[in-house]
Design a protein around this ligand. Sequence first.
Ligand SMILES: Cc1cc2nc3c(=O)[nH]c(=O)nc-3n(C[C@H](O)[C@H](O)[C@H](O)COP(=O)(O)OP(=O)(O)OC[C@H]3O[C@@H](n4cnc5c(N)ncnc54)[C@H](O)[C@@H]3O)c2cc1C
Length: 403
Amino acid sequence: MFDTLIVGAGFAGSVLAERLAAGLGERVLLIDRRAHIGGNAYDEYNADGLLVHRYGPHIFHTNAKRVWDHLSRFTAWRPYEHRVRASVDGRLVPIPINLDTINALYGLSLTSFEVEAFFQSVAQPRETIRTSEDVVVSRVGEELYRKFFRGYTRKQWDLDPSELDASVTSRVPTRTNRDDRYFTDTYQAMPLHGYTRMFERMLDHPRIQVMLNADFREVRDLVPYRRLIYTGPVDEYFDFRYGTLPYRSLQFVHETHACERFQPAPVVNFPNEHPYTRVTEFKYLTGQEHPKTAVVYEYPQAEGDPYYPIPRPENAELYRKYEALANAEADVHFVGRLATYKYYNMDQVVAQALALYDRLAGAASGDRAADAPRPTGTAKARLGAPVDLVSRGDGDVRPPAEP
Ligand SMILES: Cc1cc2nc3c(=O)[nH]c(=O)nc-3n(C[C@H](O)[C@H](O)[C@H](O)COP(=O)(O)OP(=O)(O)OC[C@H]3O[C@@H](n4cnc5c(N)ncnc54)[C@H](O)[C@@H]3O)c2cc1C
């Protein structure tokens, strides 16, 4: 009998597996229908020995110290600040739009002060900010909106920015200085030996059993467990009772080139004339030295693996119906981006998983207190052994071994 069955070995499932096993001493079965752990953050060495991210570039950044400290138990880090260029009017210019973007694009030499005035002169403020188009046009006007955002958004979502929630583009800032970092979080780094190595170390615990190529639907009636943590698609869990929650997918085309450098930036965005949205060169991210280099092209598409929940009001409405079903399930916890139908960054999913662990640990300590006067009891028997381990310092306090 397992204490917890966890469906999905991405960040949500793996963080919880380690916490429940090492922190509460539970016996955990972690399953994934893919042939590997790590979920969408999975990385691997390709045929030429270059470290690549199979499901597109994953850049770690967070302001949450707890998330950073937690993951740091399983990996050393390589400091890395992400930078992106956009291919516009035959030039590669910084995105998010900053002082250098405007000067390069229009052949100007404005100062920070002057570019502020420039933005004000082109901005077309809108009374209500409802859509992605409203966000951008009211900030930088029609022309920059068309050059940088409209084509990219149409490709990415197959929707015009006027049809998409404001949240999609409101995350992209506009800067009047020369800061060309894509993120400004306190912690920005890549796992020194890659994501997969970090996951391997997280899951290397005697009370965690990992089963790959295993779909929940095939396993659910074969494996005895007390509690379920589900990180797969919430609509699938309920057999699509209210219909399918829509996602946007991507096709990743990986290439290796026989040169040390392929492009002048880690990521180049192609907002306009190409069918792909962006090209990533992995060596910038990984710091790997190699005579060849690997890149990935991203082609947005409707069919395929579910990557991006589509942020439209009717989809949020549909999700709320599934959420109500999920809340009514006893001893089942829905966590992660597929189970909560939200685009989360990795750090947000880790934070969500740690918050659930806190609740479960709180409930478990409540169980222990309630059980204390009784000589025996189911909950107490379940928790007995692990408590011993933790008190020996053999649980979550042990620093992970070096790779
Ligand atoms: C192209 C792309 C780029 C991204 N870049 C970044 C980035 O740069 N920085 C960042 O912070 N975040 C990024 N993200 C987001 C990041 O991928 C997610 O935050 C993170 O992977 C979510 O973890 P998760 O565990 O919730 O889901 P996932 O990683 O998707 O893991 C869920 C797992 O559940 C498994 N599963 C589902 N259903 C079942 C079932 N029925 N039975 C068994 N197993 C099942 C799946 O196979 C999968 O492995 C990116 C996402 C995409 C799509």
